[in-house]
Ligand binder design. Structure first.
Ligand code: AMP
Length: 923
């Protein structure tokens, strides 16, 4: 407890009625007292009042301590009859100082004060008494003393209240708090954690009436990287770390780690040592395994094209037990080598091997093969995190107007046993137009390159980044600027231009080699182009540590002021899709679709949303939806794509049922196949190819869309949960992808077959109302969708090829495009129509076991074949019963106003089916 306020009697008391200031000598020192001693007179009522005492708002309870002397009445002889030995303490609250105005009636009695010791003739006896004035609520108050006939001297009057002083308890600081009164004996006070400490709940404590802190609740703990020292949190010293918020101390760095900085949350691995993603970040680091030893290949005369590879485990395991092996195979025909890909078979597998042997089969006798066995451990994949930093980009020289030669330094130097590192060189024109930036990315094996075909006299910005063996990025250089020579130099540099062109060719070759290399490493799928032209390959934005960088790299940033949203046209997974206008200064206005991210998104959702742009931005093809750009630098992220007037293909076909010829439909399929060929050439597997994910523009061009990373998992309403937790659109998905998630371009081909069916059936739902389970069972039992009505035989044959169980036997997208092109070049090839069974291909309910037509009335029947729009035609023609319907001939159907050939056939076939009372159907 503390006294907050002390007031000496001399400066606060006012005189009233007969009290007077008297000088007294006490223990040799002089002091002033307020005294009164009218003991001989009757009915005394003498008041002494304080000046106005202002109150601190929270101090509702004050203490009044009085020091006083009372004379013994006996010492006054005859006067002692009326003499008193007590006096009274009064108080009165007020919001304002009333000056010298005094009204007795306004005062309330606090207590009668009696001395413990009375003063006789000789010695002065000083008494000290304390009383409490409670429940004060106005701005201030007065105290008053009433004498009723005693001989009293007041030495001092002290007024105070009690506080709990500011304190730090369990790393939480609590402010000075005025102690409560009787009605609030314990005041609850909230505190705050000291700097660098955190707590789960709000730290609290109680302040007692007596000004004491009691019962702290909720503890603060030092943040990761800090430890408690004397009511404060101090940073861990170098060589120590603390990973979590706790009351514990910083711990020394574990084995093979280094602690260079203060305040470490964990200790980073020493050079050449790594942690696997499953290793705790607080644990020790381990080294990479050394190479497997004594690789031996054994052939057998009994089995041609078969080979047994065996080896011994590596000498050093890097202190880990999770060693596995992978095999890589190159096959060479003359000087041209390429990856063996899926052409050979490994038993048990070519990756993740725990045994030290593998059988390789289906080898070609006349080819040379090179096998590489690599040892991996849990840290191999993670090793790239510690990639050497590519930095400093000193230009060797600018050779010509169009060729630049670059090399860069790397540190630390790549270690010998580490996987070879690659470099990703990104460059762009240093262009003032911030809206359009084109990046060129080269993947290189060496830390130098010559870049041909640059514009003369132009400044370019270059950045180089080391890449891990799995494509994950290491350190990156800062962006640096170099310029090609301007045209004026050309005349002098003729020879340089020629040699420059030659080197340029070498660079191209280098890129191709690297493309193949990518193929090997990242299982990215590639064709070696005839002219050694570098082919682009799709880069999974996930390989970027920071997905925002991927967006920046593959998409153009658009200023939101260049976008005008006009109308909502759809609902995407992340927010509304709008039709709008994009007007970039200096460029033509274009109609666009604008996908928005709804407010309240998390960072992860924002990244997932933008990942679609990172993927789409890598594609440039007539039949792939084109990305115009993104808005990432403003609160409302957006993805802007070309606008497709006719929306999603399934819907569009349903709305135009029967309106297109087979030739037109095959043309649409050709477009989709071309887009898919492009995607598969870029090693991109779509996984959710379906008519609902194809968009149609006003010239009926079809374009593949929907490229989100989490797309199949979350977005598609057709997605069905599988037991392994994923979500798969069963009806569109190849059996191997459903069974063991083998998603490949071959499984995309299966889906393409379903899309062909959807197109030919004008947006009919594949497998109609069969359940997913029934669909899977039917496919397993080798049933396939029947030919839609009017489907050219060649087209249905192609569908069936797409649905071959053995995925290696399915056509490639390249084959599909060629075949469809062939059909389109000779339209008569579409004339032969596939066998069509209306009982199968038009969804008719089962009638087995019943006599007569299965429908009770015409509208019910029309609805079942989705031809309700002709209800009125039937009624007007007086055809109101199913019996009448069954009598109808093709001519009659035409006569009642069904003109479209597709609809005509649909109705006619259905009637045919109704007559044939055996329609039990389905597959
Ligand atoms: P998504 O999130 O891509 O599935 O888009 C939702 C819906 O918005 C689609 O089903 C289309 O109806 C519409 N939509 C998306 N992109 C476009 C576009 N580029 N042009 C026209 N409509 C689009």
């Amino acid at each position: 407890a503390k006294c907050a306020c002390m007031i000496s009697a001399s400066n606060i008391l006012c005189f009233f009625f007969q009290w007077e200031v008297v000088q007294k000598t006490l223990n040799g020192s002089q002091l002033y007292t307020y005294s009164i001693c009218n003991v001989g007179e009757r009915e005394q009522d003498n008041w002494l009042r304080t000046t106005f005492i202002q109150r601190r708002p929270s101090a509702s309870r004050v203490f009044v301590e009085l020091q006083f002397i009372v004379r013994d009445c006996n010492s006054f002889g005859a006067s002692s009859l009326t003499c008193k030995e007590t006096f009274n303490l009064f108080s009165s609250e007020s919001d304002a100082d009333v000056g010298t105005t005094f009204r007795k009636g306004q005062f309330k009695k606090v207590a009668t004060i009696a001395p413990d010791e009375i003063t006789g003739k000789k010695e002065l006896r000083i008494n000290t008494e304390t009383r409490v004035v409670e429940n004060l609520s106005l701005k201030g108050f007065y105290l008053a003393i009433q004498d009723i006939g005693a001989c009293v001297a007041l030495l001092s009057l002290r007024v105070y209240y009690k506080i709990c002083p500011a304190t730090i308890q369990s790393l939480a600081s609590f402010p000075e708090t005025v102690a409560g009164g009787e009605n609030q004996a314990l005041r609850e006070v909230s505190g705050e954690c000291v700097e660098n400490a955190i707590s789960e709940g709000l730290p609290r404590i109680y302040c007692t009436v007596d000004g004491e802190w009691v019962v702290p609740v909720g503890q603060c703990q030092c943040k990761p990287g800090y430890e408690e020292t004397e009511d404060a949190c101090k940073e861990c010293l170098p060589g120590f770390f603390k990973a979590e918020a706790s009351s514990g101390k910083c711990e020394p760095c574990p084995a093979n780690t280094q602690g260079l900085d203060t305040g470490a949350l964990f200790c980073p691995c020493m050079d050449g040592f790594y942690r696997a993603p499953t290793d705790p970040p607080t644990g020790p680091c381990s080294g990479l395994p050394s190479a497997p030893r004594d690789l031996v290949a054994t052939t057998s005369h009994l089995s041609v094209g078969k080979l047994l590879l065996s080896w011994r485990p590596p000498e050093h395991t890097g202190g880990r037990t999770d060693i596995t092996y992978s095999i890589e195979c190159l096959r060479c025909e003359g000087p041209v080598c390429q990856s063996c890909g899926e052409k050979i078979r490994y038993e048990p597998a070519n990756v993740g091997l725990t045994l030290t042997k593998v059988t390789v089969s289906e080898l070609d006798a006349h080819l040379n093969y090179t096998f590489t066995v690599e040892a991996h451990s849990g840290v191999s994949a993670f090793a790239s995190q510690a990639m050497p930093q590519a930095h400093k980009l000193p230009l060797t020289s600018a050779l010509t107007t169009s060729l630049l030669s670059l090399s860069w330094e790397v540190s630390p130097k790549p270690r010998v046993q580490a996987r070879p590192i690659r470099y990703e060189l990104t460059y762009r024109k240093k262009d003032d137009n911030l809206d359009v930036t084109t990046y060129t990315v080269l993947i290189l094996e060496k830390n130098s390159v010559q870049i041909p075909d640059l514009s003369p006299g132009t400044a370019y910005l270059f950045r180089v980044q080391a890449l891990g063996s799995d494509g994950s990025p290491g350190g990156s250089s800062i962006e640096e600027q170099y310029e090609t020579l301007s045209e004026g130099h050309l005349a002098h540099n003729n020879t340089a231009v020629i040699s420059g062109a030659a080197i340029g060719g070498a660079v191209m070759l280098l890129i191709v080699v690297i493309v193949l290399f990518l193929h090997r490493r990242s299982v990215l799928f590639f064709f070696l182009n005839e002219q050694l032209k570098p082919l682009k390959t799709y880069v999974d934005p996930h390989t970027y540590e920071d997905p925002n960088i991927a967006v920046l790299k593959f998409a153009t940033e658009i200023h939101p002021s260049h976008i005008t949203k006009q109308k909502v046209i759809g609902a995407g997974e992340f927010g509304e899709v709008y039709r709008g206008i994009l007007k970039v200064p200096g460029r033509k206005e274009v109609a666009v679709a604008v996908k928005t991210l709804k407010p309240g998104y998390t960072e992860k959702q924002r990244q997932d949303f933008l990942s679609e742009a990172s993927i789409m931005g890598q594609f440039a093809h007539q039949n792939i939806i084109r990305l115009e750009g993104v808005v990432t630098k403003f609160k409302h992220a957006m993805i802007v794509t070309e606008y497709m007037e006719n929306g999603a293909l399934d819907r569009y076909l349903r709305d135009h049922d029967g309106e297109f010829s087979a030739y037109q439909l095959v043309g649409m399929m050709r477009g989709i196949a071309a887009g898919m060929k492009y995607l598969s050439d870029m090693s991109y597997v779509h996984r959710d190819l379906a008519a609902r994910n194809i968009l149609v523009n006003n010239t009926l061009e079809c374009k593949v869309s929907d490229f989100g990373l989490s797309r199949v998992l979350e977005d598609d309403p057709e997605g069905t949960y599988t037991t392994s937790g994923g979500k798969i659109p069963i009806r569109w998905t190849a059996p191997e992808a459903i069974a063991y998630r083998k998603f490949t371009s071959a499984s995309d081909v299966w889906s393409f077959g379903i899309v062909m069916w959807e197109v030919m059936a004008f947006g009919e739902r594949p497998y109609w109302d069969m359940s997913n389970h029934e669909v899977m069972k039917a496919i397993n039992e080798a049933f396939r969708l029947p030919a839609p009505m009017d489907c050219p035989s060649a087209v249905y044959q192609l569908m069936l090829q797409c649905w071959l169980q053995d995925r290696s036997k399915r056509p490639r997208f390249g084959d599909i495009v060629s075949l469809l092109d062939k059909l389109l070049r000779s339209p008569e090839s579409l004339k032969a129509i596939a066998d069509f069974d209306p009982r199968v291909s038009i969804r008719l309910p089962s009638t087995s076991g019943s006599d007569g037509p299965p429908f009770r009335c015409v509208p019910e029947w029309l609805e079942s074949i989705k031809m309700s729009q002709y209800g009125e035609n039937f009624t007007c023609a007086g055809i109101v019963s199913m019996d009448q319907v069954m009598q109808m001939k093709n001519e009659d159907i035409k006569n009642i106003g069904v003109r479209l050939p597709g609809h005509l056939k649909r109705i006619a076939y259905s009637i045919l089916g109704l007559k044939d009372q055996t329609s039990t159907l389905i597959l």
